[in-house]
Design a protein around this ligand. Structure first.
Ligand code: ADP
Ligand code: MG
Length: 294
């Protein structure tokens, strides 16, 4: 399939508003298929990297990008001078954030399958030297079949050697899933981290949030402020674990949320973890039961 012209796409609805732009559900008039169109305005540097990454990645665990349109070098223009547009596979179930908002919490078997897919995705990305840097519920998208895929490379980096510490994005939403070595590089030897371990930390926070039904580190209902959050991430040593969490789940979370990134489990180690391999992700209840098609 090739999408040659933005004008073949008809905007149907806005499905997401992010820090960088707007995401629409669109209909391709010629091939009668639906896609997601992410339109980014303004600043050029990072969106260009996002486009490069999206063009390079090809995995069942990462949201597929079918075309990139850049106003700078294309005559196609969907409306009022947008800068950069990505045509992506449409994920009917929305994001894990939407799923959690609707269902509050998920059972361990579902989280196990979810963790497996996200780790497979990270394994693929890390193999290409791509550090995602923004793993959180709103960047994990779900399709009609309940498959989860990693999306949003808006603040990702391609690393060759040392992890470049960047404070491009320090708003609360993103900071909440940040590892100690990113929140406080001085204390946690962040300058020497390669960034891969920070993605593992975020996986731990997300999976714990799925079981707890609220963001970990702060009490439910508490409005998180910067200081409380940073203190909890960097210094807090008691993790709130759901009472009935299985030993495998608890062990998985502790391996992800190890504050010292040298000691934290790697993606490869976690793919071997009993929690991730406890069920074949077809026979038990899957995420598909929790998806609300829109
Ligand atoms: P931002 O960089 O602005 O956060 P995202 O790529 O994360 O942009 O997209 C913002 C939101 O739009 C997502 O949280 C999701 O709800 C929705 N969205 C993004 N891509 C898709 C897609 N391919 N299919 C369906 N919804 C999507
Ligand atoms: Mg996002």
């Amino acid at each position: 399939l090739s999408i040659k012209d933005l004008s073949d796409l008809q905007k149907l609805a806005v499905v997401g508003h992010g820090s960088s732009g707007t995401v629409y559900k669109v209909h391709h008039k010629k091939n009668q298929s639906f896609y997601a169109l992410k339109v980014i305005f303004g600043i050029r540097q990072q969106p260009t990297l996002e486009a490069e990454i999206l063009k390079r990645v090809d995995s069942p665990y990462v949201v597929r990008c079918h075309a990139v349109f850049d106003n700078g070098c294309s005559e196609a223009n969907i409306e009022n001078g947008s800068d950069l547009s990505f045509v992506m596979e449409y994920m009917e179930g929305g994001s894990l954030h939407d799923v959690l908002r609707a269902h509050h919490r998920l059972p361990e078997d579902v989280i196990s399958c979810l963790a497996k897919r996200v780790l497979e995705g990270l394994n693929y990305l890390h193999g290409l030297h791509i550090v995602h840097r923004d793993i959180k519920p709103s960047n994990l998208l779900v399709n009609e079949s309940g498959e989860v895929k990693i999306a949003d490379f808006g603040i990702s980096q391609v690393v060759k050697g040392k992890f470049e510490v960047s404070d491009l994005q320090l708003e609360m939403g993103t900071c909440a899933y940040m590892s100690p070595e990113r929140v406080d590089p001085e204390r946690w030897n962040g300058e020497n981290a390669d960034g891969f371990a920070a993605d593992v930390w975020s996986v731990g926070v997300v999976m714990l949030e799925c079981l707890l039904g609220h963001f970990p580190f702060i009490s439910p209902g508490q409005k998180p402020d910067w200081a409380t959050l940073i203190c909890a991430i960097c210094f807090g040593d008691s993790l709130e674990m759901p009472e009935n969490a299985s030993p495998e789940f608890q062990s998985f979370i502790r391996r992800c949320l190890e504050k010292d990134w040298h000691k934290r489990a790697t993606v490869i180690q976690l793919l071997d973890h009993p929690f991730v391999n406890r069920n074949s992700c077809g026979s038990t209840r899957k995420l598909v039961d929790y998806v609300l098609p829109r």
